[in-house]
Design a protein around this ligand. Structure first.
Ligand code: PMP
Length: 287
């Protein structure tokens, strides 16, 4: 089945979809994105992703695409047309194409944003083997720009970080700034000490994860103790457990950091419980 994608108002077969070579996301990484998971044909945490998209656009003075208010319908239509059961919907908004290359932002009256959405099918997304085995991470220096709270398509360094991890025989990298862990290359990072869940406080230094917000809310509702503060990579290596959260991975246990095993190298009980609660609760509220 050929995938149907969405580009600026049209649903098209993927090989007929076109974006200008002058598009500013292509030339300047001048674009923002969101990834929403789909489980059983339903969208997980859609309202959170839409709210963060609106914020990212606002922080970059980028206008909302004309179809902003129709985004839920567009997501649902892509699920329907692609018969998507489990997977993700990727959405990208760029500042558009001024028909040439120029550092200066184009006049928003003349150049409209580019809106692209496509589906990625991942059968059995919620039963990934990594949830049972846990993942191994390495630590790398965080050399990204200072507005990591904006979800831009500027993903070269996170991509390089994944490659560094792969080369080291691991699954992902935790980025470290001034000795403190910021986040994973595509997820938020947590440690557990005793029964306490510790994760970095929100600021411009990290992405404000939609899954992070939901997981912390569910943890507090379940009377689990949560501390939002920075932790060092050394503290992480001595923690009882580690885990990461993201829209497409949900909650994944971390069982090794720089070769140091956590919880004897097996997923810990807190991460396992949070994954279960997150999946149960978000399926209940999926739309
Ligand atoms: N941090 C970074 C750097 C990310 O790329 C992501 C995934 N987009 C996250 C955190 C997790 O955010 P979310 O839970 O909204 O997917």
């Amino acid at each position: 089945m050929t995938r149907t994608v969405y580009v600026n108002g049209d649903y098209l077969p993927e090989d007929e979809a076109k974006v200008s070579i002058f598009d500013r996301s292509f030339l300047m990484a001048d674009g923002v994105y969101e990834v929403t998971s789909v489980l059983g044909g339903k969208l997980i945490d859609f309202d959170g992703h839409l709210a963060r998209l609106e914020r990212s656009l606002g922080e970059l003075d980028m206008q909302k695409p004309e179809a902003f208010d129709d985004l839920l319908d567009i997501h649902r239509e892509l699920v329907r047309r692609n018969e998507l059961v489990d997977g993700m919907i990727y959405l990208q908004v760029s500042r558009g194409s001024a028909g040439d290359r120029d550092f200066v932002f184009p006049d928003p009256e003349e150049v409209k944003p580019t809106l692209v959405l496509f589906t990625q099918s991942k059968p059995g997304l919620a039963d990934s083997p990594a949830a049972k085995t846990g993942i191994k991470v390495i630590s790398i220096e965080d050399i990204r720009w200072g507005r990591r709270d904006i979800k831009t398509v500027q993903l070269l360094y996170p991509s390089m970080g994944k490659m560094m991890a792969k080369k080291a025989g691991c699954d992902d990298a935790w980025m470290v700034e001034d000795g403190f862990v910021t986040e994973g290359t595509s997820n938020n990072a947590y440690i557990v000490k005793g029964s306490k869940i510790i994760t970095r406080q929100l600021s411009n230094d990290i992405l404000h994860g939609i899954t992070r917000a939901a997981v912390l809310r569910f943890a507090r509702e379940a009377q689990m103790e949560v501390e939002e503060r920075s932790f060092t990579i050394d503290e992480a290596k001595e923690a009882d457990e580690g885990f990461v959260t993201s829209a497409s991975a949900f909650v994944l246990p971390v069982v090794e950091i720089d070769g140091v095993a956590l919880n004897g190298g097996s997923p810990g009980p807190v991460a396992a419980r949070l994954r279960e609660i997150y999946l149960d609760e978000s399926l209940k509220s999926a739309i």
